[in-house]
Ligand binder design. Structure first.
Ligand SMILES: NC(=O)c1ccc[n+]([C@@H]2O[C@H](COP(=O)([O-])OP(=O)(O)OC[C@H]3O[C@@H](n4cnc5c(N)ncnc54)[C@H](O)[C@@H]3O)[C@@H](O)[C@H]2O)c1
Length: 126
């Protein structure tokens, strides 16, 4: 028996990078991965997992949008009844920089995805 057999694992930002790699590991350990992202690349991550014998489902959700996250949580409740794991991974590349040079729009975007998005996903799923 795999370590995460029959567990429902939600992971945000699953199209690329750390999120994609983590989604593959979770699926390899037996979890059914509910993969969220805004990018079209998401389908490829999910297809790869399913072709390799894992279980994954794609959800195009912008985690900074209340209604989208709420709708996703409702769907999860209907389709699976519960969740076991949340990995709040999605984030925006901040490009780093000194504060006096840092664009206000970039700061707002990071707050809306990294901070607010994490809050929304956790709140509505719980
Ligand atoms: N890679 C690093 O060195 C590093 C260092 C520190 C922190 N982090 C953090 O780790 C996380 C993953 O990093 P990564 O390098 O794999 O990043 P990445 O840019 O490769 O992946 C982030 C994913 O989040 C998705 N995303 C962005 N906004 C979204 C939104 N509003 N709703 C849903 N999905 C959204 C993107 O489409 C992308 O697929 C990020 O939160 C990042 O800030 C990364």
């Amino acid at each position: 028996m795999k370590r995460l057999e029959d567990k429902i694992a939600v992971i945000t930002g699953a199209s690329t990078g750390i999120g994609q790699a983590s989604a593959k590991v979770l699926a390899k350990e037996g979890a059914h991965v509910l993969a969220l992202d805004i990018s079209d690349e998401l389908e490829k991550t999910v297809d790869d997992i399913n072709q390799e014998g894992g279980k994954a489902t794609a959800y195009k959700v912008n985690i900074s949008q209340d209604q989208q996250v709420k709708d996703f949580a409702e769907k999860v409740k209907q389709d699976y009844g519960h969740i076991d794991i949340i990995f709040n991974n999605a984030g925006v590349d901040n490009g780093a920089g000194r504060i006096h040079e840092y664009p206000v729009e970039v700061f707002d975007k990071i707050m809306s995805v990294d901070m607010r998005g994490t809050f929304l996903v956790t709140k509505f799923l719980l």
